[in-house]
Design a protein around this ligand. Structure first.
Ligand code: GLN
Ligand code: ZN
Length: 766
């Protein structure tokens, strides 16, 4: 028999019950007991789902009210002092409220305290709370939630396995704090001590298997870290449980020998992203060890080709027998909960998909197919899976010959502006007539309650299209008037008509589909609903031209058109897996290129193509960066290169860690780039010490995420710093991101100060 299991299951609930309960608790609408009850109900339901599907064991420990990495931090007493209530760590009873304070930035008194940093978990859109590490930090067993959950599952009689972020990955995800630099690996021994205690406690509760998540094994590890893995797992070897070390999100690469040699009972690998690892590991696996093959895609929503997987894994099955386990590639946290709820998707489209609930069935059926104990239901599933593959391969909804023809006809010249930046810059200056230190904004203006209410009513059919359009036009007019009154040099229309920068375009492009309930946890109680990019991308008609044209008709100042770039359109969606991402990205680029050309033809002289997701698309392994950057940059250039020299192409990115990809950013060859820098005090500009950025740049002079009014002198000083590295005629003055989350009462004075700063700079450098 072949064991089937999952690494983790979404905890948010098919109806986002967890979001509702936690937010209600934070607001004081429900009490602690009600919150705990909501959590318990979700755990029980999700375990039952796993049992009903026929998994051989359920997974306990994947539940979290906020974040699973934070769970470990509180479990091992890694609670920064500013959040901890008196001696709760020492007493070993870190409260859930303390975890919430760490996430939300509150001292025990209720006063604001700097929240723990949050960042993306590897290459996912899930954000974890970064552990804060201090030299000589001590750890201790400081919580009992995990053990309570195990007892809860034991009471129900479920066969189970416990999951916990592994010690090395926890440490890897942390960040050193405090004055003196230190090596965080010096904390390892203490950490392992506590993990040892945890494992003993779990064994006392009758737990046989513990899965320690170590996805850091899929990244480039320094030798000191590779050694640390060996050291740590040798120490944990004494623990009275069986350990399953789980690596995912990529291949083991040069960590393969390390992983296969760890003295543990089993290894889980991501066979979706690294199918080659299966045979390589089996060749070297000691005869008592289990190999859990992550064959079902935990990162995407496509139905698995079960027959192909069965055939591919047949030799692994023959060689490993009962030591082969089958699972999704990673926790199902990264996919939506249940496809059955999507009543508005047609049957054919639905037949191509599998969400978390369906992936449980796929996992079970694949395991049974390999173990040779197929039930009638499994036979049906295998046949349906093959049928779905065939229909996807042939469907005219997916394959549009005209898109393929257009892609095939592309030449290098299509990704190349007519002239080099210097020539273009001159032509643009003639057309635009801008002053030195021109001012602009990033695109969006406040999305007021009225705007959102109007859109809601429009989408529900309660507001006629003509009324909705009239209201959005009034918003645009309002934004234009204010920008003129403030004295901004290059205007924007303010994006009132957009809900979300990807959804807005996806809804107008062929090849994208949207779900109603396809929520995926992004951080804490926040969820996102990524679109599904399922087919060849085409643009049936212009998407933004009428709005931009209307906005330009209201003013003599240049109006900047506003688009979301191809890499971001790709990155923030579930993307088809039947062709390389690079090809899909190029298709989006061509659709956007048509939009860019149409904007130009409509009299728009500056067009911004936002790429906030360019950096997060970087592969986990350095060796793969070059290939990614090459096609990502090419896609951007394809979208931007259809216009004349005099049309100014802008781009925007919201991050400042730029230094390691600065050359690729320059390769985008945008005429102007606006970027985030204000929070990092122009740290970004360090990148320009060694690299001469060739085109124009607007280093964001104030942080739009802060409600504080930016100070004129502060902004002048930041620009002076920038002017030390970049010549004056290539500098722009702008905020560091879009303004849609702010109110007009904050935006107006902030921009007034920004314009004032630009005027001071102009006078100084005249
Ligand atoms: N143009 C978008 C806006 O201003 C850019 C958003 C972003 O950078 N994420 O909102
Ligand atoms: Zn931004």
């Amino acid at each position: 028999m072949t064991i089937s299991h999952v690494l983790g299951y979404p905890r948010i609930g098919a109806d986002r019950e967890l979001k509702r309960a936690t937010e209600a608790y934070w607001k004081g609408d429900i009490d602690r007991d009600a919150l705990e009850q909501a959590g318990r109900e979700l755990r029980l339901r999700h375990w039952q789902d796993q049992r009903d599907a026929g998994l051989d064991m359920i997974t306990v420990g994947d539940f979290a009210f906020y974040d699973q990495v934070l769970n470990v931090s509180t479990l091992i007493g890694a609670v920064p002092k500013r959040f901890a209530a008196e001696d709760e760590v020492a007493r070993g009873e870190v409260d859930l409220d303390t975890a919430f304070r760490m996430a939300r930035g509150r001292a025990p008194s209720g006063e604001p305290a700097a929240a723990c940093e949050m960042t993306k978990y590897f290459d996912t859109n899930y954000h974890y709370l970064v552990p804060e590490l201090h030299s000589n930090q001590e750890f201790c067993l400081a919580g009992s939630r995990l053990f309570d959950e195990v007892e809860e599952a034991n009471t129900l009689g479920h066969p189970l396995k416990v999951v916990l972020t592994g010690p090395l990955t926890w440490l890897w995800l942390g960040k050193e704090r405090g004055e003196a630099a230190f090596d965080r690996l010096t904390l390892l021994d203490g950490l392992i001590g506590v993990y040892g205690e945890i494992l003993v406690r779990l064994a006392d509760l009758g737990v046989e298997w513990v899965q320690l998540d170590e996805p850091a094994l899929a990244q480039d590890l320094p030798a000191s870290w590779q050694n640390a893995y060996e050291r740590a797992y040798h120490s944990l070897q004494a623990a009275p449980v069986k350990l399953l070390v789980a690596s995912y999100f990529g291949g083991l690469g040069d960590n393969l020998s390390l992983a296969v040699g760890l003295p543990v009972a089993g290894l889980h690998i991501d066979a979706v992203r690294a199918p080659q690892d299966v045979d390589a590991l089996i060749d070297r696996l000691l005869p008592h060890k289990v190999l859990s093959v992550g064959a079902i895609d935990g990162r995407n929503i496509w139905r698995a080709d079960l027959v192909r997987l069965r055939d591919e894994l047949a030799s692994a099955q023959a060689r490993l027998g009962e030591r082969l386990w089958i699972a999704p590639s990673c926790s199902l946290l990264h996919v939506p909960v249940d496809l059955e709820r999507e009543s508005e998707l047609d049957a054919e489209f639905k037949s191509w998909l599998a969400f978390a609930r369906q992936k449980l069935d796929e996992t079970v059926t694949l395991a049974r197919a390999l173990g040779g104990r197929l039930g009638a239901e499994d036979e049906t599933r295998l046949a349906a899976a093959s049928q779905a593959q065939a229909s996807r391969q042939a469907s005219p909804r997916i394959h549009r010959p005209e898109v393929a023809t257009r892609l095939a006809a592309l030449t290098d010249a299509d990704a190349q502006r007519h002239s080099a930046y210097l020539t273009r810059g001159e032509a643009q200056r003639r057309v635009l007539g801008l002053p030195l230190f021109p001012t602009t904004t990033i695109g969006s203006f406040p999305q007021t309650a009225e705007i959102r209410a109007a859109r809601r009513r429009f989408k529900a059919g309660d507001l006629p299209a003509s009324d909705y359009e009239a209201q959005m036009k009034a918003e645009i007019e309002y934004a234009v008037k204010i920008q003129e009154a403030l004295g901004l040099d290059m205007l924007v229309h303010g994006e009132p008509e957009r809900n979300d920068m990807v959804e807005y375009f996806g809804e107008q492009l062929d090849g994208y589909a949207f779900t109603r309930f396809g929520w995926v946890q992004s951080y804490g109680s926040r969820c996102v609903k990524p679109p599904i990019l399922f087919g060849d991308v085409a643009r049936p008609e212009p998407m933004t031209v009428a709005w931009s044209q209307y906005a330009q008709s209201l003013t003599n100042a240049p109006m900047k058109g506003m688009l979301t770039g191809p890499v971001t359109m790709l990155q923030w969606a579930f993307v088809r897996d039947d062709q390389p991402r690079s090809v899909t990205c190029r298709q989006i680029a061509l659709a956007l290129r048509d939009e860019v050309c149409d904007l130009e033809a409509a009299g728009i002289h500056a067009i911004q193509i936002d790429e906030p997701a360019l950096r997060e698309g970087l592969p986990l392994r350095r060796a793969a960066w070059g290939e990614y950057l090459a096609w990502a940059v090419e896609a951007f250039r394809l979208s931007a290169s259809g216009v004349a020299d005099a049309t100014q192409i802008h781009t925007h990115m919201c991050y400042s860690e730029f230094n390691d990809i600065i050359e690729s950013i320059a390769d985008l060859d945008a005429d102007v780039i606006t970027i985030e820098t204000s929070r990092s005090d122009m740290e970004l500009l360090d990148a320009f010490r060694d690299f001469d950025y060739p085109n124009e740049i607007g280093p964001g002079v104030y942080d739009i995420h802060s409600p504080n009014l930016p100070d004129v002198d502060w902004m002048v000083a930041l620009m002076e710093k920038a002017a030390e590295r970049i010549s004056l005629e290539r500098l722009w003055v702008n905020p560091d991101c879009g303004l849609k989350t702010r109110g007009w009462s904050e935006v107006e004075p902030a921009l007034a100060n920004m314009v004032e700063a630009a005027r001071i700079l102009r006078r100084r450098h005249a």
